[in-house]
Write a protein of this length. Structure first.
Ligand SMILES: Nc1ncnc2c1ncn2[C@@H]1O[C@H](COP(=O)(O)OP(=O)(O)OP(=O)(O)O)[C@@H](O)[C@H]1O
Ligand SMILES: [Mg+2]
Length: 345
């Protein structure tokens, strides 16, 4: 089962450049969360801080009682084995075949026999729709295939916490939709705690249980998806609508003159798009164990939420309340593979 990740007062700078400060949030066990934010706001730095690859200036990242930000190196090293990390750029070794790339963490971190490694690698490559491509080099495949190879590699150690940095960049809309489903299916199958960094509004709207946003060196908000999706913060509305009008400019922050002009034109206030339903696991897969935990958690915090968020959550669970009512089904081992060949549409 997934593990809760508790972030308390995390602050990070490089030299004099403050990246973000006082970030506090909890990734609930087994739930899927998305972190949004304009380019350069430190989302990748945040992921790397969770896993202990970057050291924040202040604050704690608690996983099973281990502080990934300031604990003993030995504990951090052990706890890091619970993670699967898919880097933004795929980060595959160019001179190794896909098979060897995906096998790498198993050879590095376990003493498994080569036959066992082979079984796991082939299974995970099938999961992400790369069966048959094991012998290819990263330079010989498309960007989307490289992404999926990176995902397969993140999965071989049976991670309980999965961090995924921009899974969609460089993918076409159909692949992005398939990937969204794959992420939900994965969550249903392994109940891992997942944090996805993305700019993709379709993924943000349909995949996560929780959403947050980094902006101007702080965490604007983090909580149940309905809270962000009904937020009245102008920066959130601008981002969710993908509009030019709003506080975010090309260099992150617009000057006050530009904002005043927009306000005068009446273009700053944007309605939020309607809330799309969250994806369900594909037929034949077990239901997401986190769904019922999430329902109880979110309903218990209703009174503390803004009215719009409360109404949206009530609607989520009134509309069939699918996650709560579907009975447990027999677990199936493998996910339906993504098609590997382009269908030429
Ligand atoms: N190792 C490092 N040393 C110094 N500065 C760094 C380092 N890593 C990141 N930065 C700086 O931190 C800031 C945030 O970078 P980061 O890559 O986390 O942004 P991001 O939100 O992931 O952006 P994008 O959406 O474009 O991927 C940038 O200004 C970057 O230059
Ligand atoms: Mg990044």
């Amino acid at each position: 089962m997934g593990i809760e990740v508790v972030v308390e007062g995390l602050t990070k700078s490089f030299g004099t450049q403050k990246i973000w400060q006082d970030v506090s949030l909890t990734l609930p066990a087994g739930e899927v969360s998305v972190m949004l934010g304009p380019s350069g706001t430190g989302k990748t730095v945040f992921l790397k801080s969770l896993i202990g690859l970057l050291k924040p200036d202040r604050g704690r990242v608690l996983i099973n009682g281990v502080d990934m930000a300031g604990g003993k190196e030995r504990d951090i090293f052990e706890t890091r084995k619970l993670f699967g990390l898919m880097f933004q750029d795929g980060a595959l070794f160019g001179s190794m075949t896909l098979f060897d790339n995906v096998a790498f963490p198993l050879r590095e971190h376990t003493r498994k026999k080569e036959s066992e490694i082979r079984r796991i690698v082939l299974e995970r490559m099938e999961t992400v729709g790369l069966a048959g491509a094991e012998g290819k080099l990263p330079g010989e495949i498309s960007g989307g295939m490289r992404k999926r190879a990176g995902l397969a590699r993140a999965l071989v150690l049976d991670p309980q916490i999965i961090l995924i940095d921009e899974p969609d960049s460089g993918l076409d809309p159909v692949r992005t939709a398939l990937l969204s489903q794959l992420l939900i299916d994965l969550n249903a199958e392994i109940d891992a705690t997942m944090l996805i960094v993305t700019h993709n509004l379709d993924i943000a709207a349909t995949v996560p249980d929780n959403m947050g946003m980094l902006y101007l060196r702080r965490l604007v908000t983090f909580g149940p998806r309905e809270v962000l999706l009904t937020s009245e913060e102008p920066v959130v509305a601008q981002f969710l609508n993908g509009r030019r009008q709003g506080p975010i400019g090309m260099t992150e922050e617009k000057d006050s003159d530009a904002l005043a002009r927009e306000a005068a034109n009446g273009s700053a206030a944007l309605p939020l798009p309607p809330i799309a339903p969250q994806l369900e696991p594909s037929p034949g897969l077990p239901r997401r164990q986190a769904a019922e935990r999430r329902r109880q958690r979110v309903l218990a915090m209703l009174d503390s939420l803004p009215p719009a968020a409360r109404a949206a959550i009530e609607k989520t669970y009134a509309d069939g309340a699918a996650p709560a009512t579907v009975g447990a089904t027999a677990p199936t081992r493998t996910l339906p593979p993504l098609p590997t060949r382009r269908t030429g549409r």
